[in-house]
Design a protein around this ligand. Structure first.
Ligand code: ATP
Ligand code: ATP
Ligand code: MG
Ligand code: MG
Length: 879
C-alpha cells in the first residue's frame, strides 16, 4: 500500500456538510487491490488480536461486531484502514467515528476519509493505520510495543494541541452558542465571531480588559494601597529592599506572626507563611528576595484563615472556591511518603494545569513544613490528622478546590464586586484569607490579599468538591450580550463560469448600504474600495482573511471548486449561497471525474446555507436546480425566461425568483413582478446583447434582494457597475476603436465559449474571431472550440499560444480547423500561429461596424495591442 496524498478538511465539504474535520487519504492498495481481507491468510485473526476494540464498530451491518464480520467475510483494505485510523485515535483519547471509503476512477486507488479531532494526530493515525494493516498482511501481527508507541505519540500530539483549561471552557461555551471561533497566529489569542463583530480572548483576558487594571493588579503593593484608601480590609504590611530594613519592618507591621513574600511574585513562589521568629524571618527574606526580579520584599501580618478565590465577571460575582494547600490525611498505618504516593495515583491528577488536579511534589518547602509539624516523610500520622505539604493553596502545586459559591455572605459579595470595580478589571479573581467566608470579613478579620487579572477557571469549572460552575457563561454574555450578533452576513458565489463577475456585482450592490464590504475573487481580496492582496483568492484562506478582519461588515466570497476540495469551506454556514452553473471544466482533477460529481462539489455551498438564508439556484441548469433536494435553507431561482417551469411552480407557491422578461431584469415574489431595470440600461449586459451577463446580473440581484436589499439600491448599483479593463481584465472588455469594436475575453471552456457566442451572435455587424487555447487541453476540446467558433463568427483567424505546452506547433490549429469545417465547410478562416501578428492583422483589416473578438493567451499583451490604437470610450461599456 502507498499513501499518494493526504488532505486535511476543515469546513463543510464534499463528504459531509456537518462534519468539518476530515482527513482524506488517497491510497494506492498496490498488491492488495485484488485481495479482499478474507483472502489474506490470518488477517482477520491478526487484526482482532491487535485491536480487539474494533468490535465496537458497527459499520454497515449496524450492530456490535458489524465491522469485524465484514473483515471476516471480505472487505477491501482501504475500508479497513479507515476503521483502524478511527480506532487508533479513539484509543488515544480522541473519540471519533465518521468515515467513508470510495474507489477512485483509477482501479485499486481509494479515497479513505475519516474524522479527526486534531489535525496532526489525524494525519498520524492515517499513516499508522496503513503501517498496522500492512504489518498484519505481511506477518500476521502488529507488535504490541509498536501499537503502544503509536498511541503514546497520538496522545502527545493531542496534549500538545490542547488549549489551556480556561480557554477550552470559553471555546466550548462559544460553540454551544453557535459563535464561530478561530485561533490567531500570535500570543495564543482566540478570535470569537466574524468581522466587525469579532472579539478576542487570551486565556481569561478579553479585549475589554483594561491595561491599567492589569498593571495595577500585578502591582501587589499598589493594589493594597488603592484598596486601603477605599476602606477595604487588606493585610497590614510594608515593602523593603534590604535585609537591614527587616527588623524595623517587623516592628512596623506589629510583630509576629508574619508572611514574607516577593513584591512581584506569582504561583506562590518565594512565599513564607506564618513566620514566628527572627531566624525564620531572615531565611524567608532571602527566599522572597531571590524570587523577586526587583529584589523587593513584602513584610505582612499573617492572617488566620483559609484561602478563597472569588471570581467576578463583568461586575458580578460568579463563583467562590475555597482552596486547600497540598496535604495528606493520616490513616494510622501509612507513612507520609506512602500517603503522597497514594494521593498522586488519583487519575484526576496530572502535570501542570492540564488535568483537574496537579500531582504533589515533595520539595524543600514541604520538608520544612513537615519538620515544623513535627514529622518526616517516614512518620505515620494518626487517623484523620491533616499534614500540610505546601503553605499556599495553588492548584498548580497540588492543592484542591471546594466550591463555596452558595455560602459567601452577601456583604462579602458586595465587597468583592466593589473591589473589582476599583481595580478596573472585567474578569478578576480576588484572593481572600478568612476563617469563614459565610460571615462578613469585617466581623471575622478576613483580608483581601490580592486581585488577579487573567484568573484560572479550572477550580470553578472542575472543583474537587461541590458544584461545578459554568463561569464561561457570564464571560460570553459580556462579550456577546444576548441578542447581539457575533457573525456578519456571508454571501458566497460558486459555479463553473461567471463567479468573479457575479461576486463583484454582489459586492457592488451591498456597498450601497454604506457598510464595509470585504470580498474575494480570482483577481484578489478587497475591503471596501481597496485591494488587500492581488492573486487568485477563491479559497478558504482568503475567505478567512475577510472573516477575521475587524473592519468588515459584510463578506462576499467567490468560492471555487479547488478550495472546496482541498480543505472545505472557510465557514460553517452562510446566509446566501449562489450556484451559477455547472459545466465541464476541471474534470479529472482531485478525483472529480464526472460532471455529476462536480455538481456535488458545488452543491456543498448551497447545502451550507443556514435555514434562515437563501440558496440562489439557476433554474435553467438542471444540475443546479436539482440541488434544491439537498438544501436545508429557503430557495430562490433565477432564469432567463419567465416560462421556466421550475420558476413557475416555485412562484405559484409564493416563492422568490428573478427572471428576464420583456427586456427587463425582474424579481418575482409570488404573484408579483418587481421590475429592476431594462437590460439595455444595464452596462454590463452590453445593451442587453450579452445573455450570460444578464444571467449573472439576475443571480446577483436575486441574492441581494433575498438578503434584504431594496430594489432602488439594486437598480442604482446595476447602472453603475462596469466590467472595465481595470476592474475585470480579460472578462468581456469591449473597446471602441472608432469604425469598429474589439472584445477581449478569457473564455476558457466550451460552456463559456457558448456564452460568449450568445453575445457575438447579437452583434449587428461583421464578426471576426481570433481563437486558440492552451495546448494541454484534449484534442476534442479544440475541435469543440472550432465548432462553436464556426457558429458565432463570420471570419476566423486561428492562432496558437507561444507556449504550446508540449504540443507540436500547428497541431492544435489543425484540430480547431477540423471543428470549423465539420460545422461549416464554406467558412472563411486562416491560420496565423503567432498571436500578436494575428491580432494586428485582424485589427488592421477590420471592416466598418465589425466586432473583433480576441481569446488571448496573454490578456495584458492583447490589451496593450488595442490600447496602442487609442480606443475611445465605448457607449456600450467603458473600459
Ligand atoms: P498566586 O500566583 O497564586 O496568586 P502569589 O505568589 O501571587 O500567588 P499571594 O497571592 O500574595 O502570592 O499569596 C499566596 C497565598 O499565600 C495567598 O493566597 C494566601 O493563602 C497566602 N497569604 C499571602 N499573604 C498572606 C497573609 N498576609 N496572611 C495569610 N495568608 C497569606
Ligand atoms: P474562474 O474560474 O476563472 O475564476 P469565473 O467563474 O470567476 O472564472 P468570470 O471571471 O466571471 O468567471 O468569467 C469568465 C468568463 O466566463 C467570462 O469572460 C465569460 O466568457 C464566461 N462567463 C461569465 N459568466 C458566464 C455565465 N453565466 N455562463 C457562461 N459563461 C460565462
Ligand atoms: Mg495570589
Ligand atoms: Mg473567478
Amino acid at each position: 500500500m502507498k499513501i499518494l496524498k493526504t488532505l486535511t478538511l476543515r469546513g463543510p465539504n464534499y463528504w459531509s456538510i456537518r462534519r468539518h474535520k476530515l482527513i482524506v487519504m488517497r491510497l494506492d492498495l498496490e498488491e492488495l487491490a485484488e485481495k479482499p481481507s478474507n483472502e489474506i491468510p490470518g488477517f482477520y485473526e491478526g487484526i482482532v488480536q491487535a485491536l480487539p476494540s474494533l468490535v465496537e464498530h458497527f459499520c454497515s451491518p449496524g450492530c456490535r461486531g458489524g465491522f469485524l464480520s465484514r473483515v471476516q467475510q471480505g472487505t477491501y483494505m482501504g475500508h479497513i484502514v479507515e476503521h483502524v485510523a478511527l480506532e487508533l485515535q479513539t484509543l488515544a483519547g480522541m473519540s471519533v467515528g465518521f468515515g467513508r471509503t470510495r474507489e477512485t476512477s483509477t482501479p485499486g486507488t481509494y479515497q479513505v476519509v475519516f474524522e479527526y479531532l486534531n489535525e496532526q494526530a489525524g494525519r498520524y493515525a492515517g499513516r499508522a493505520a496503513v503501517r498496522l494493516c500492512q504489518s498484519i498482511v505481511e506477518t500476521g501481527s502488529y507488535a504490541e510495543s509498536e501499537l503502544e508507541q503509536d498511541l503514546q505519540d497520538l496522545r502527545e500530539l493531542w496534549a500538545d494541541a490542547a488549549l489551556g483549561p480556561s480557554t477550552e471552557t470559553l471555546v466550548k461555551e462559544a460553540e454551544s452558542r453557535g459563535i464561530p471561533w478561530m485561533p490567531l497566529s500570535a500570543r495564543f489569542m482566540i478570535q470569537l465571531g466574524y468581522g466587525v463583530h469579532s472579539k478576542r480572548l487570551q486565556a481569561t483576558m478579553s479585549d475589554r480588559t483594561s491595561i491599567l487594571g492589569v498593571e495595577l493588579a500585578c502591582d501587589k503593593e499598589g493594589t493594597k494601597r488603592i484598596l486601603r484608601d477605599a476602606g477595604i480590609p487588606v493585610p497590614r504590611g510594608t515593602v523593603i529592599q534590604y535585609l537591614d530594613e527587616l527588623e524595623d519592618a517587623i516592628l512596623d507591621v506589629g510583630g509576629y506572626p508574619l508572611v514574607i513574600k516577593p513584591l512581584d511574585g506569582n504561583h506562590g513562589r518565594g512565599i513564607t507563611i506564618n513566620v514566628t521568629n527572627w531566624e525564620q524571618a531572615e531565611a524567608a527574606y532571602d527566599a522572597a528576595s531571590n524570587a523577586s526580579k526587583t529584589r523587593s520584599v513584602i513584610v505582612e501580618r499573617y492572617y488566620e484563615g483559609s484561602d478563597h478565590r472569588v471570581l467576578v465577571v463583568n461586575g458580578k460575582l460568579v463563583a467562590v472556591a475555597e482552596r486547600i494547600p497540598a496535604h495528606v490525611i493520616g490513616d494510622g498505618k501509612s507513612t507520609i511518603a506512602q500517603l503522597i504516593e497514594e494521593t498522586n495515583r488519583d487519575p484526576n491528577r496530572g502535570e501542570g494545569h492540564d488535568n483537574v488536579l496537579t500531582r504533589i511534589e515533595v520539595d524543600r518547602t514541604s520538608l520544612q513544613l513537615l519538620e515544623a509539624q513535627g514529622y518526616t516523610l517516614d512518620s505515620i500520622p494518626p487517623v484523620g490528622e491533616m499534614c500540610k505539604l505546601r503553605a499556599t493553596a495553588n492548584l498548580s502545586t497540588g492543592g484542591i478546590a471546594i466550591d463555596r459559591t452558595d455560602e459567601i455572605h452577601p456583604e462579602n459579595i458586595w465587597l468583592a464586586e466593589r473591589v473589582v470595580k476599583i481595580i478596573g478589571l472585567d474578569i478578576a479573581g480576588i484572593d481572600i484569607v478568612t476563617p469563614d467566608i459565610s460571615r462578613p470579613l469585617r466581623e471575622v478579620g478576613g483580608v483581601i490579599v490580592e486581585v488577579n487579572a487573567a484568573p484560572g477557571f479550572r477550580m470553578h469549572v472542575r472543583p474537587s468538591h461541590g458544584i461545578p460552575r459554568n463561569v464561561a457563561e457570564p464571560v460570553m454574555d459580556m462579550l456577546f450580550p444576548p441578542g447581539s450578533p457575533s457573525r456578519i452576513p456571508i454571501l458566497a458565489v460558486t459555479g463553473t463560469n461567471g463567479k468573479t463577475t457575479t461576486t463583484r456585482l454582489v459586492a457592488h450592490i451591498m456597498k450601497q448600504t454604506g457598510q464595509t464590504v470585504g470580498y474575494t475573487t480570482t483577481d484578489g481580496t478587497y475591503i471596501g474600495n481597496y485591494l488587500v492582496e492581488a492573486g487568485d483568492n477563491t479559497g478558504p484562506q482568503s475567505a478567512e482573511l475577510i472573516l477575521k478582519d475587524p473592519t468588515v461588515e459584510i463578506a462576499v466570497l467567490e468560492t471555487a471548486r479547488g478550495g472546496i476540495l482541498r480543505s472545505g469551506l472557510a465557514f460553517d454556514r452562510c446566509d446566501i449561497g449562489v450556484v451559477l452553473n455547472v459545466a465541464a471544466d476541471h474534470l479529472g482533477l482531485g478525483d472529480i471525474d464526472t460532471i455529476e460529481q462536480m455538481a456535488q462539489v458545488k452543491s456543498v455551498l448551497a447545502e451550507a446555507v443556514s435555514p434562515q438564508g437563501y440558496a440562489i439556484l439557476n433554474a435553467d441548469d438542471p444540475l443546479v436546480s436539482q440541488m434544491a433536494k439537498r438544501v436545508k435553507s429557503q430557495i430562490a431561482y433565477f432564469s432567463m425566461t419567465p416560462d421556466n417551469p421550475i420558476v413557475q411552480r416555485h412562484t405559484q407557491q409564493g416563492g422568490l425568483a428573478a427572471v428576464y422578461e420583456n427586456g427587463y431584469l425582474s424579481i418575482l415574489k409570488g404573484d408579483w413582478t418587481l421590475r429592476i431595470e431594462q437590460a439595455t440600461k444595464v452596462p454590463m449586459t452590453m445593451e442587453g446583447r450579452a445573455p450570460f451577463q444578464i444571467a449573472n446580473a439576475l443571480a446577483a440581484c436575486l441574492a441581494t434582494f433575498a438578503h434584504g436589499m431594496k430594489i432602488e439600491d439594486i437598480r442604482a448599483a446595476l447602472k453603475t457597475f462596469i466590467a472595465s479593463v481595470q476592474q475585470t481584465p480579460g472578462r468581456m472588455n469591449l473597446f471602441n476603436l472608432g469604425d469598429y469594436h474589439a472584445l477581449i475575453d478569457y473564455a476558457h471552456n466550451p460552456h463559456s465559449y457558448e456564452a460568449l457566442g450568445g453575445f457575438v451572435r447579437n452583434w449587428p455587424g461583421e464578426r471576426i474571431g481570433i481563437i486558440g487555447g492552451p495546448g494541454d487541453r484534449r484534442d476534442e476540446d479544440f475541435v469543440t472550440l472550432g465548432k462553436l467558433s464556426a457558429q458565432m463568427f463570420d471570419r476566423i483567424i486561428i492562432k496558437e499560444d507561444d507556449d504550446t505546452r508540449g504540443r507540436p506547433r500547428g497541431d492544435a490549429a489543425q484540430w480547431i480547423a477540423l471543428g470549423i469545417e465539420e460545422v461549416n465547410p464554406a467558412m472563411k478562416y486562416e491560420t496565423i500561429l503567432e498571436e500578436t501578428q494575428a491580432v494586428n492583422q485582424a485589427l488592421d483589416l477590420a471592416p466598418k461596424g465589425s466586432l473583433v473578438v480576441i481569446l488571448p493567451e496573454s490578456v495584458s499583451r492583447a490589451i496593450e495591442l488595442i490600447e496602442a490604437r487609442k480606443p475611445i470610450p465605448s457607449n456600450l461599456s467603458s473600459p
